[in-house]
Structure formats: C-alpha cells, structure tokens
Design a binder for this molecule. Structure first.
Ligand SMILES: Cc1ncc(C[n+]2csc(CCOP(=O)(O)OP(=O)(O)O)c2C)c(N)n1
Length: 626
C-alpha cells in the first residue's frame, strides 16, 4: 500500500505534504524501490540512501525550472518517482522502459544525462554560468557522491566554480562508499570531518533547533533555517580555500532539517557545498550489511536479498584469476583498478596479491598515467578498466603509454553491450579509438582459455596492449594450466574446405555467430571458412589477402560499432593490397544504442547471423528459402 506515493504526480504534490506525510512518503518509496528492483535489478543501495535527501530537494526547489544534476545519476530513481514517472517505474531498466540513469529525452525534470562519474559539478557550473549570462533566477543543484570527489574532473570543477558564478549549490552525498569502500586522501578527509567530536556537539545543537515544517510564514521558516544551518557550520579548509561556503555535515535522513537547510542555502549569493551524511542501503537490512553487493545488482529475493549464483566463472573472474596466477611467478605484474575491484573481479586478485594491487579511485585518466609511470621502472601494469570508462583515458594512452611504447596492458571488461545499463555503459567504441594509435596491439579472445593466453601474450609483448572481453560468462571453455603466447597479429583458421566461397572473420565472442552462419551456408551448398581473427590490431594481413583472393565474399563480425572497427580495418587492408572482394560487415550502426536485452538489441540492429545471411544470399545469388 502506497497511498501517498500514489498521489504524487509531480514535485508540486510533494510540496503539499505535511512532515508526517513526507516521512511516510519516504517509507513508501523505500518499499517501492525494494519491490520493483527485486524484479528488474538496479542500483538499490545508492537510491535507498538518498530517499529523504531527494524528497527534501523537491520540497524546496522547483524542477524543471530549477535544475538537479545527479552525478553518475544511478541514484536518481527517487527523483524519477517524484517527477511523474511513478506509473512507469516498474519498467525501469527493462526493454522499452525507463532508463536506469537520467536522460534528457525521458523527462523535462532530467536536465542533464549521465552514467559516468564526475560530470555533475562541471556541467552544473556550465548551466549556472549560462543562467547568469542570460539573467535567469533558477537554482542549479549538483548532487555528487563522496567517490565522485575522487574524480579529476570534479576537482577541476571545484577549482573553477568560485571564479565563475555566485550561485550554485553542491550536495556532497557522503555514504563512505564508492562501489567498494571509497579510497584515498579525500575519503580520509571526509571521514575526519564526520568522526570529529566537535561535529557531533554541533550537530546535536542544530538538531534541537529543528521544528515541524508547515504552518509558519516563509520569513519565519527562512530565519529558522538560517539558524539551523549556521549552527551546523563546520569550517572545512579545502572547500573554503576553493571559495565555496561549506555547510555540514548534515544528517541526510532528517527531512525537516534538510528542508530548512536547503531553504537557507537557496538565499545565499555565493557558491555553497552542503556535506550530507547518508547510509547506503538504508532501510533494507541485506543492503545495509552488504553495501558492495547492493550498489547495483540483478534480481534478488525482496525478503532476504539473496541472488542466484552463476554456474560458471565470468570473463572478469577468469581474467582476475589468470592474472593472479601469472603474478605469482612474475614480479613485474601489478594490477590497477579505477574504483572497480568488484566489477572487474580484481578483488579476487587483491585477495591473493594485496601488495600488487592498486585502487586509484574513480580516476581512469590518472590510472593510465600511474601505470605509465610504473612501466618506466620495469613493471608491467595491468589496468582493468571497462571499455566505456577507458574513454576517459584516451589522451594518456596516446601521449604517455603508446608514444613512449610502454608495456601497459589495458584489460577492457564489458567490451560489448552493457545490456540493462544502456548507452552510457555500452563498450562499443574501443577498437575505433585505439586502432589508430601507433604501437598498441588490440586482442579479442574467443573464449576464457584464449583470454588467459592473451594476458600471457601481453606480458611477453614489450609494448602497450589491450585485451577486450564481454560482460558476463563466456562459452565455459576450461582454462589450461599453462597459457601460451599467441603470435602477434596471427588469426586462427578454424574451419575451411579448400574451396570456400565465403570467409568469415569473427572477432572475439562473435564466434558462435560465425559458426551458425557457416552451418547455414553449408546446408545451402555454400562452403565457408571460419576464422577467429583474434587481433583488431594488427590484423592478419596475410590471411585476409589470401581469402580475399580465393573466396567470393568476406564477412567480418564484431561486437563493436562498424565505424572505424574491425571490418573497417579489413577494408583498409584490402584497399592497400589492391583487392576489391566485397565485405559484408556485421556490427553496430552509427548511433547510440538504448538499454535492453542484448539478444533483442542484436535483432533490432541487425547484429545477427540472420542479418549476415540475408546479405550473403543476395550477394551470392542464393534464393531466400521459405
Ligand atoms: C568514469 C566512471 N568510472 C567508474 C564508474 C562506475 N561507478 C558507478 S557508481 C560508482 C561509485 C559512485 O560512488 P559515489 O559517487 O560515492 O556514489 P554512491 O553510489 O555511493 O551514492 C562507480 C565507481 C562510473 N560510473 N564512471
């Protein structure tokens, strides 16, 4: 039963509620989050932590006139529930349903989309400065988690804010957690403030000043708010030095106190930062106990929080275990993560080699440079960064790693569709952005065992390399005891007849699709070779040339955008060799792909065996069956 939530159709409905009703709304929202996400999966912990905070923000400010930016925006579900999307909330992260992040196209209340960390403060500053130039009065509020303050961009924004605007509100949502425990000096600093006995004395005094909301004139309320907020003032050297007025730390679960504080902050004519303490996973015992697991997860039991264990190791786990094994006998190996020990499975590596493991915070650009520095001293750093997040590291990959030909290995997890997360998280661009850089090699394993071989290959290679593997489980191939090094740039010929009319070059996990195409063609009397291309750079120019001369058509399969991808590399090579053999290229089109089930999206965008066969039949002059 959610009578109060049922009556919320826009933020205006929130403003009509009494304090008791606001508190009840918080409880109803918690229930809704726990029940819906049990089915759809999603970012449960972060959202349970910001229920009161989001309610208070919507009580005081007026979106869409005022602007809320949520960093990463994985914690914007409550905002979605309060801004007219309650009736569709059960569709969140499901095909055709609400996106799991803010989307400008989804609602006028989503003024800024995100999915990557560290963008909120810079974008909010841009909006505030644009408002100032246009003479607007609206408020710009950026909410960012404590881990977002480990991002370089957040710190670049902090350096710039006071010089650019007099009106902007930053809410630092401090729950001590990134996905794993937040790390680094900033996390220690926040913790120091929060655990200080002085803070506790101040907070108790402030709490006494808080009264019931409602029934007072606006002026009275504002005065009370000012008193309450000022009594919570705690001088914070870092933020004050950066020209921001610092308030807090405040209890992020105390709705009346938050309302009064925001009412006061609204009146200020200088940029402010409100430090709010929240509990990730609040109100759902399993999530309060296991913050890491409940940061973001698939479906779970809404009573117990239990999830179904996977029957086999994921690619991430095979990567981490294989690397741990290699590191046992090789002193040069170190592993680096940018705040993703869980997602990349490097927590398994950490358990075996805690002394060879580095979590640098949500700082991919720094991670790459840090790796480059270590590589100059004889180490071989394995940087495990999702394909989508490595986009952040592009310049140091070019300028520091590749230009100096340093042996850094980029282990690009989620090199494929992210599925439910959607366009901010799909890893579909890394071949394009890496292929043009001299010195780097780009490998794509067909299965778990080949992933282990590629890690070993990278270790032997005296220069930069990248290995790309998809989300989730692979075909379940056993990993042999001793990995072998693969000759750089050599493809693997898997099936051929000697008189193949078609040659299918498959990259990485597309191999089952290649076999399906070859089987269909064989049943239609067309012999086809199947090649595991393995390298997107350097490609196997010899094998490509050979088949381009002997076969009628080449096919390239890649779980990547077509523009600048593996198929493009094959076309360039044919051109270089003066060959004009037609190439059917299967991959993702030149557009952003929405969230959804990978199989559905493949069908929709023609990344299927069927789509390849349709083109092949046309070109080979085979009548379409059925
Ligand atoms: C550039 C980038 N790197 C990594 C991630 C993965 N990621 C998503 S949320 C998150 C932790 C965010 O922690 P915090 O900002 O404190 O917010 P909380 O979840 O604790 O509310 C990380 C590392 C990301 N979204 N973007």
């Amino acid at each position: 039963m959610t009578p109060i939530l049922d009556a919320i159709h826009s933020p205006a409905d929130v403003k009509r509620l009494s304090l008791a009703e606001l508190n009840q709304l918080a409880e109803e929202i918690r229930g809704e989050l726990i029940t819906v996400l049990a089915r759809t999966g999603g970012h449960l912990g972060p959202n349970l932590g910001v229920v009161e905070l989001t309610i208070a923000m919507h009580y005081v400010f007026d979106t869409p006139t005022d602007h809320f930016l949520f960093d990463v925006s994985h914690q914007a579900y409550v905002h979605k529930l309060l801004t007219g999307r309650r009736d569709r909330f059960s569709t969140i992260r499901t095909p055709g349903g609400l996106n799991g992040f803010m989307l400008r196209t989804e609602s006028e209340h989503d003024c800024y989309g995100a999915g990557h960390a560290g963008t909120a403060l810079s974008a909010a500053l841009g909006m505030a400065v644009a408002r100032d130039r246009l003479g607007g009065k609206e408020h710009v509020v950026a909410l960012a988690g404590d881990a977002a303050f480990t991002c370089g961009i957040t710190q670049e924004a902090l350096n710039n804010i006071a010089a650019q605007t007099k009106r902007m509100i930053i809410v630092l949502n401090d729950n001590k957690w990134s996905i794993d425990k937040n790390v680094g000096a900033i996390a220690t600093y926040f913790n120091k403030i929060v655990t200080s006995p002085q803070y506790h004395r101040l907070y108790e005094r402030a709490a006494k000043l808080v009264e019931k909301v409602g029934g007072k004139s606006a002026a009275q309320a504002a005065r009370k708010a000012e008193e309450a907020a000022k009594s919570m003032l705690w001088p914070s050297i870092i933020f004050e030095e950066l020209g921001l007025k610092y308030y807090g730390p405040a209890d992020g679960h105390d709705i009346p106190s938050l309302i009064r504080t925001f009412q006061f902050l609204k009146t200020l004519d200088r940029p402010v930062l409100l430090h709010v303490i929240t509990q990730k996973g609040r109100g759902f015992e399993p999530a309060e106990e296991k913050q890491k697991k409940f940061h973001g997860l698939g479906p779970y039991n809404p009573e117990t929080g239990e999830t179904k264990p996977l029957a086999q190791r994921t690619y991430s786990e095979v990567f981490a275990d294989s690397l741990a094994k290699l590191a046992t006998n090789d002193k040069r190996i170190v592993a680096i993560t940018a705040a993703m020990p869980n997602g990349t499975a490097l927590d398994r590596f950490r358990a075996v080699h805690p002394d060879k493991y580095y979590d640098v915070g949500i700082a991919e650009e720094h991670a790459v440079l840090f790796a480059a520095g270590m590589a100059t001293k004889g180490f071989v750093p394995f940087c495990a960064i999702y394909s989508t997040f490595l986009q952040r590291g592009f310049d140091p990959i070019v300028h520091d790693v590749c230009l100096q030909n340093l042996p850094v290995v980029f282990c690009m997890d989620r090199g494929s569709l992210s599925g439910d997360d959607g366009p901010t998280h799909h890893g579909l661009f890394d071949i394009s952005f890496l292929r043009g850089i001299p010195n780097i090699i780009h490998m794509n394993p067909k299965d778990e065992d080949e992933l282990a071989d590629m890690l070993y290959t990278a270790l032997q290679h005296n220069g930069p390399s990248a290995v790309r593997y998809p989300r989730g489980v692979g075909p379940g191939t056993a990993v042999k005891d001793q990995p072998v090094a693969i000759p750089i740039g050599q493809a693997e010929l898997l099936e051929h007849t000697g008189n193949d009319r078609v040659a299918i070059f498959s990259l990485g996990s597309m191999l089952p699709m290649a076999r399906e195409i070859a089987d269909s063609l064989a049943s239609e009397g067309v012999p086809a070779a199947v090649i595991n291309a393995r390298f997107a750079k350097p490609i196997d120019t010899e094998m490509i040339g050979q088949f381009a001369r002997s076969a009628e058509i080449l096919v390239t399969l890649e779980d990547h955008v077509l523009a600048g991808g593996f198929g493009s590399a094959v076309l360039e090579e044919l051109n270089r060799q003066g060959l004009s053999t037609p190439v059917v290229r299967i991959g993702w089109p030149d557009q952003f792909i929405e969230h959804g089930k990978p199989e559905d999206l493949r069908k929709k965008y023609g990344v299927t065996a069927e789509a390849a066969l349709t083109q092949l039949r046309q070109q080979l002059g085979i009548p379409v069956l059925g």
